[in-house]
Design a protein around this ligand. Structure first.
Ligand code: ACO
Ligand code: ZN
Length: 226
């Protein structure tokens, strides 16, 4: 066995014979050679991409018991920007964004949550914006749950047609799958609000999430109302 750190999923047994790699989080069928080969490829790229060796001049914007948040700006050294690019590719891949480019790379800021094990386990990319359209909550019609379900998977939210003022757009937010629901995303957004504009702390309504995924929407609505 190439990887000894495999874990058999015992909950649900939806996919019989499925295993989840404890390092990269990929779920695959160990008995399927094609699947296994795909895992090995993904595993290496993933772990290499998220490895953080540490930089002499890093901008630490927050420190916690379980890690720290660093900020990378467009004017930073090439090696830092290269890492940002590498991580963004992995995140885009997971989000299903194909060859997505940032609208204004020279204005985007990247926040990365680095674990004590020196791995990048969270990433948040911001852009400056002037206005945003609020996502409207779907009417909770019991008969419509099937329909809502469909909507959720197509990311077709109803948006308000009235633009509202916003300052900071979150174009990407991602947390390593095995470390979700540990407030990593919340802490990253808290720090964005404190550091995005010098000398002020942004309100929750001055932050906008662009084109959220279903879990992004659940997170955003929870974060913004509390
Ligand atoms: N389902 C339901 N509620 C959720 C979910 C979820 N999947 N994720 C977060 N929440 C809510 C919960 O109320 C949670 O509090 P609780 O755990 O005490 O109940 C609260 O939001 C805070 O969650 P965090 O722990 O801070 O969020 P996390 O670190 O898990 O990261 C994220 C959330 C970034 C959405 C993560 O699930 C992820 O990376 N998903 C895959 C990538 C993705 O879809 N990103 C959003 C793309 S949209 C965009 O980039 C603009
Ligand atoms: Zn793996």
């Amino acid at each position: 066995k190439a990887f000894s750190d495999q874990l058999i999923i015992d909950a649900g047994q939806k996919h019989f014979g499925a295993v989840m790699c404890r390092s990269c989080g990929m779920i695959y069928t160990a008995s399927n050679p094609e699947d296994e080969a795909q895992h090995i490829q993904y595993h290496q790229r993933f772990l290499e991409g998220l490895r953080y060796v540490g930089w002499k001049k890093e901008r630490v914007v927050a420190e916690y018991l379980d890690g720290k948040i660093i900020l990378i700006l467009p004017e930073d050294p090439k090696y830092a920007l290269k890492k940002v690019e590498e991580v963004r590719e992995l995140v885009d891949n997971e989000l299903g964004f194909q060859q997505a480019t940032l609208s204004y790379p020279e204005r985007s800021k990247t926040y990365m949550f680095v674990s004590n094990e020196k791995r990048i386990v969270g990433c948040l990319i911001t852009e400056s914006i002037k206005q945003a359209f609020r996502v409207l909550s779907e009417p909770t019609d019991q008969k419509n749950t099937e329909n809502n379900h469909l909507l959720e998977h197509h990311r077709a939210w109803r948006c308000s047609t009235v633009p509202e003022e916003a300052i900071c757009g979150i174009s990407r937010i991602w947390v390593f799958s095995l470390l979700r629901r540990k407030q990593i995303a919340s802490r990253m957004v808290d720090i964005v609000r404190k550091t995005f504009m010098y000398g002020t702390c942004l309100n929750k309504n001055e932050i906008a999430f662009s084109d959220p995924t279903p879990s992004g929407k659940l997170f955003a609505s929870k974060y913004c109302e509390t």
